[in-house]
Structures are given as C-alpha cells and as structure tokens.
Write a protein that binds this ligand. Structure first.
Ligand code: HEC
Ligand code: HEC
Length: 293
C-alpha cells in the first residue's frame, strides 16, 4: 500500500470522503457547485456597489445618502409636480371657457365631468345621495323638476350662492309662512287644505275632506304664491303642487307638517368653500345628470 494516497473513495458514488465517520456512515466530500458560488460572490460584490451608490445604512441623524443622490421621496415629488402642472393647465382651460362652451367641447366636457363627479361624491352626496337621487328634504337632481332652474347658468347660481345660506347675501331665498306655528290657520283648516293639495296632485283625499272648504282655504291662503291651480311660481320659489313631486312628501301627515311649520331647507353656498373651477365642473356634472335644461 502506497503511503501517499490516503484518499478514500465511496464505492457507490465514486466521490471522495472527508474522512469523517460516525457509526460506519462516512461523509462524502460534496463541494458547492461552481455556478452557485459564482452567483453568491457576485451578489456580495453587487451589494457593496449598491451600498455605495444608494441610500443604505441608518445613521444617528438620518442615513447614508449614497453617491448617486437617489431619493424615492424626490422621485415622488417630481411625479407630483408633473401632475400638478398638467392639472393646472386643464384647470386653466376650464376656468376661462364658458359653461356652454365646455359642454360643447368633448374633451373639456369629459374633464369637467370627471372633476365634477369626484367633487360631487365629496361634497354633495351626503345630502343628495351618490347618484344625486336625493331623499326626503333633499331634492332629486336627476329629474327635470327644478325649483331654482335647470339651465347651466341657473344651476351655477344655485351652487355658488346656495339656498337660504346664512353666509351669502346673494343666496337664493323663498319663504312660506308657517301657517300652524304662526297661528294663521287652525288645525282642522290645515288638514282640509292638506287634502286639497293631494286632490290638486290627483291623489286620494281623506274622509272628512270638503272640496268647497279646502278650495276656499287654498284660494285665500295659498294661491297668491302657488297659483290658483297650484302650478307654482318660479319667481317666488313656490313649487308646483300638482306634479306629485314633493321635496317633503305628500302623505296627509307630511303635508300637514309642511303647511303648519314650513320647511325652509338649507343648502350651503359653495363659492365660499370650493374653488371656481370645481364649482363650474359641478355645474356641468349636475346639468349632465339627466335633468339639465
Ligand atoms: C347640507 C345638505 C346639502 C349639501 C351638502 C348640498 N345640498 Fe344641494 N340642496 C340641499 C337642499 C336642502 C336643497 C333644497 C333647498 C330648497 O330649495 O328648499 C338643495 C338644492 C340643490 C339644488 C337646486 C335644485 C332645484 O330644484 O333647483 C341643486 C342644483 C343642488 N342642491 C346641488 C348641490 C350640489 C352640486 C352640491 C355639492 C356641491 C350640493 N347641492 C350640496 C342640501 C344640500
Ligand atoms: C308666501 C308664499 C307662499 C304661500 C302663501 C304659501 N306657500 Fe307653500 N311654499 C312656498 C315656498 C317658497 C315653498 C318652498 C319653501 C320651502 O321649501 O321651505 C313652499 C312649499 C310648499 C310645499 C312643499 C312642497 C314640497 O316639495 O314638499 C307645500 C305642500 C306647500 N307649499 C303648500 C302650501 C299651502 C297648502 C299653502 C296655503 C295654506 C301655501 N303653501 C302657502 C311659498 C308659499
């Protein structure tokens, strides 16, 4: 036996062994594959390069900046600035173009509608509902019934100055007397005239309603504003009572409450809260909801 070859080979695999042996089990000498080691070393070198080039290590007062001066925050800022420039260019277009011209220009229209939809969700939906369908006390903006007018200009005015808004001297106002609270009509009279309003709208009246009594009460107390036939008067903000579209409901109880206490709903003046371009976009959006004239 030659002394210099102490290397032992495993009979099954042909591999050399490390010389370690436990209970007859010998450890084979299996080095890591070359390709794996090369990738391993490459990643170490890469990480050193990365460490030098980019922000990497926390320090007491901040972090190592890296020689490239990269900062994800700066990157976001650049993108935000670009977006702002783009937005303000679009806003400038909406600001200088007339409402009707915005409506006529497909590009500006879609811009205004997108902005209007977002602003509607943020500012108007809590009262008017997400799709503008309204609810009791909050008008439906999808229909073609307008208390204050459905043209672009009329809607714009409503939005800018609000309705019975306490902080706008140009706000839209209208008032109906509180016939019960102010002692103008007695309880039975209010019930009679409430039934009369239902009849004007083509709805059933309660037992006890007397057409002559209700009609006279209406002519004496209501016709001055709502018209003899109850068709309403836009100038006075007095709604049409014959169309069965009501803001506050048209059961006898609803009507008694409206006539006895008056309602006087309030809508904020938006010119004080939103910028002019947003108010314009909202005008277009509301006009476009389907009920615009
Ligand atoms: C705090 C609740 C409230 C909010 C918020 C609100 N509204 Fe109103 N809005 C009302 C009420 C109440 C009326 C009806 C007032 C009345 O005529 O008696 C109204 C009326 C209107 C009208 C008039 C409808 C007509 O028949 O002429 C328009 C248009 C309108 N709102 C649009 C908007 C838009 C757009 C926004 C969001 C910028 C908005 N509203 C936010 C409560 C609100
Ligand atoms: C001075 C004018 C005036 C007189 C008089 C008047 N109204 Fe009105 N009425 C209005 C105005 C303005 C509104 C809308 C105001 C509001 O929403 O608070 C209104 C609203 C109503 C509504 C609510 C309609 C809805 O959409 O829910 C009913 C119902 C109504 N009036 C019935 C009557 C009856 C009945 C009388 C007579 C007993 C009467 N009004 C007298 C001006 C008047």
């Amino acid at each position: 036996m030659a002394g210099h070859n102490t290397e032992e080979r495993d009979a099954l695999t042909g591999r050399t062994t490390t010389g370690h042996e436990w209970d007859g089990i010998k450890e084979l000498n299996t080095p890591l594959p070359r390709w794996w080691l090369n990738i391993f070393y490459a990643t170490i070198i890469w990480s050193i390069g990365y460490f030098i080039a980019y922000p990497a290590w926390p320090t007491i007062s901040g972090y190592t900046q890296g020689v490239l001066g990269y900062s994800s925050r700066a990157e976001v800022q650049v993108e935000l600035d670009a977006l702002k420039t783009k937005r303000s260019a679009q806003a400038a277009d909406l600001a200088k173009v007339e409402l009707a011209a915005i409506k006529a220009d497909p590009k500006l229209l879609s811009l205004a509608l997108a902005q209007g939809r977002a602003a509607f969700g943020d500012n108007c939906a809590p009262c008017h509902g997400l799709g503008g369908a309204g609810s009791k006390g909050y008008p439906n903006l999808n229909d073609d019934e307008w208390l204050w007018g459905g043209s672009l200009e009329e809607i714009h005015t409503t939005l800018k100055h609000g309705i019975r808004s306490s902080n706008d001297s140009d706000t839209r106002v209208s008032a109906m007397p509180a016939f019960g609270r102010d002692g103008l009509l007695k309880k039975e009279e209010i019930r009679q005239v409430a039934n009369h309003v239902r009849v004007l709208a083509g709805q059933a009246s309660e037992a006890g309603y007397d057409k002559a009594v209700g009609g006279k009460l209406f002519a004496d107390n209501c016709a001055a504003c709502h018209g003899d036939a109850g068709k309403g008067n836009k100038e006075l903000g007095a709604p049409n009572l014959t169309d069965a579209i009501t803001l506050y409901g048209n059961t006898v109880e609803d009507l008694v409450e409206t006539i006895a206490n008056s309602r006087a709903g309030m809508m904020p003046a938006w010119a004080h809260r939103l910028d002019p371009v947003t108010v314009k976009a909202l005008t277009i959006y509301v006009h476009n909801l389907g009920g615009g004239k």
